[in-house]
Design a binder for this molecule. Structure first.
Ligand SMILES: Nc1ncnc2c1ncn2[C@@H]1O[C@H](COP(=O)(O)OP(=O)(O)O)[C@@H](O)[C@H]1O
Ligand SMILES: [Mg+2]
Length: 242
C-alpha cells in the first residue's frame, strides 16, 4: 500500500508521515520516502542522511556526460539506488533531495522512477512525505499511489489550498482514494467532506511541538493525542484493504 501525504507548507505533512511510518512498521515492511526538497522527515525519523536520490542522479548524469556505456549505466542504477537507502530501526528511508537541473535528463528521471517503483514493490507499505505540489509525485517519485492524504490546518485558506490540491491531483496523480486531514484541530470544527473520500481530524498536540523544538525523533512518541489520531487513520486505510 502506497500513501502520499501532501498539502501546503507547515500544515503537518512530515509529522503525519513520521507517525504513519512508525505505526505501519509495526505491521510490515515500510519504505519512507522524503519527497520534500527541504527534507525534514529524516529528523523526525531519527535518520542521518548520507546520500539522496539527487546525489545518485548527479553521479549517473556525470557518467552520461563522460559517455560511459549506456547498458553499463542502466545496470548500475538499481545498485546505486540501494546505496541511497538508509536503514532506520524498523523501516528503510530514501530522501529524494533537491533537484538542480530538472528536465535535462528525462530518460534518466524515468529510469530512476522505475527503479523506485521496483524497489518499493518489495515493501508492504510506502509512505511519501510530499512537497506542496502534487505533480512531483507523479513526475519524480511514483506513477500511482493508493491513498492521497491532503493535509490542511483549520483555516479557510488552508481548506482552499487543500481543495486546489485535490483538483490538481485529479489530473496529475493516479490514486484510488483521497482523504482530507485537518491537523492541529482545537475543539470541534465544522468540516465538509466535499470531494474527499474521507475526512480525518488530528488534534493540536503539545508533545509533537515540544519534540520538534528539541529536535527529538517523533518515532519516540507512542502515546499522544495526535499519534492516536494518526493510528486511527492508518487503521481505517488498512481496513479498506486497497
Ligand atoms: N498536531 C500537532 N500539534 C502540535 N504541533 C504540530 C502538530 N502537527 C504539526 N505540528 C507542528 O507544526 C510544525 C509544522 O509541522 P510539519 O510536520 O513539519 O509540517 P510540514 O511537513 O507540512 O511542513 C512543526 O513545528 C510541528 O511540530
Ligand atoms: Mg515537511
Amino acid at each position: 500500500m502506497k500513501i502520499a501525504v501532501v498539502g501546503k507548507g507547515g500544515v503537518g505533512k512530515t509529522t503525519i508521515s513520521a507517525f504513519l511510518v512508525s505505526i505501519l512498521s509495526e505491521k510490515g515492511k515500510v519504505l519512507a520516502i522524503d519527497a520534500d526538497p527541504a527534507g525534514g522527515l529524516s529528523i523526525s525519523l531519527g535518520i542521518r542522511v548520507r546520500r539522496t536520490l539527487e546525489d545518485v542522479r548527479n553521479e549517473i548524469a556525470d557518467l552520461i556526460r563522460q559517455k560511459y556505456d549506456k547498458v553499463e549505466i542502466a545496470s548500475s542504477i538499481d545498485y546505486k539506488l540501494l546505496e541511497a537507502l538508509h536503514e532506520g530501526e524498523k523501516f528503510l528511508f530514501l530522501a529524494m533531495g533537491r533537484p538542480e537541473d530538472e528536465g535535462c535528463y528525462c530518460q534518466l528521471n524515468s529510469m530512476l522512477r522505475e527503479a523506485i517503483e521496483m524497489v518499493s514493490g518489495s515493501f508492504d507499505y510506502v509512505v511519501i512525505d510530499g512537497e506542496a505540489g502534487v505533480e512531483q509525485i507523479n513526475r519524480r517519485v511514483m506513477k500511482s499511489v493508493e491513498y492521497l492524504l491532503v493535509v490542511t490546518d483549520s483555516t479557510r485558506k488552508g481548506f482552499q489550498v487543500a481543495n486546489q490540491i485535490r483538483s490538481v491531483a485529479d489530473r496529475a496523480v493516479k490514486f484510488k482514494k483521497c482523504a482530507l486531514v485537518v491537523n492541529r484541530v482545537r475543539g470541534q470544527p465544522d468540516v465538509e467532506a466535499g470531494n474527499f473520500d474521507f475526512v480525518f481530524l488530528i488534534p493540536e498536540d503539545e508533545s509533537v511541538f515540544r519534540f520538534d523544538v528539541e529536535g527529538k525523533p517523533l518515532t519516540d512518541i507512542r502515546d499522544s493525542p495526535a499519534f492516536k489520531s494518526v493510528k486511527n487513520i492508518a487503521e481505517t486505510l488498512l481496513f479498506q484493504g486497497l
